[in-house]
Write a protein that binds this ligand. Structure first.
Ligand code: DGP
Length: 116
């Protein structure tokens, strides 16, 4: 894909505060945080959204969640007393704005039942 913001962050062509990376994933802080901890976990390989995940993507899909857990633990959110929220937006109604699969990891404050 020629112009994708998160592909550019993964490639190092757009700066971001990267907090964790693996062979399959990169995690970086959201530029517009909605919580004290707001990290985006993305696959290195371009996948448009959660709605585009196929069975062959099982390894990378699992890696998104294991990376999110590693970030949460590193940010001090790993205990059941703290915890965190994972959000994946799909399509216009969800306000998905960047068409590269990403998991929002939100935490550091109690949350009500709203997206963030
Ligand atoms: P979504 O609305 O689910 O597509 O979330 C996209 C998120 O990406 C949004 O919370 C803001 C964040 N974002 C947009 N542009 C940049 C950027 O250039 N750098 C970083 N770190 N985050 C960005």
């Amino acid at each position: 894909m020629s112009s994708c913001l998160f592909c550019d962050i993964v490639a190092g062509d757009v700066p971001a505060e990267i907090v964790h990376s693996t062979d399959l994933t990169v995690a970086f802080r959201d530029v517009n945080p909605a919580a004290p901890v707001h990290v985006l976990v993305v696959p290195r390989r371009h996948i448009e959204s959660a709605a585009a995940i196929e069975a062959a993507d099982a390894e990378v899909a699992a890696a998104l969640f294991t990376t999110a857990r590693a970030v949460a633990e590193a940010e001090g959110l790993g205990s059941t007393e703290r915890g965190y929220r994972l959000v994946m937006n799909v399509g216009a109604d969800s306000l998905n704005s960047v068409p590269h699969l990403h998991v929002h990891l939100l935490g550091g404050r109690p949350m009500g039942w709203s997206p963030a």
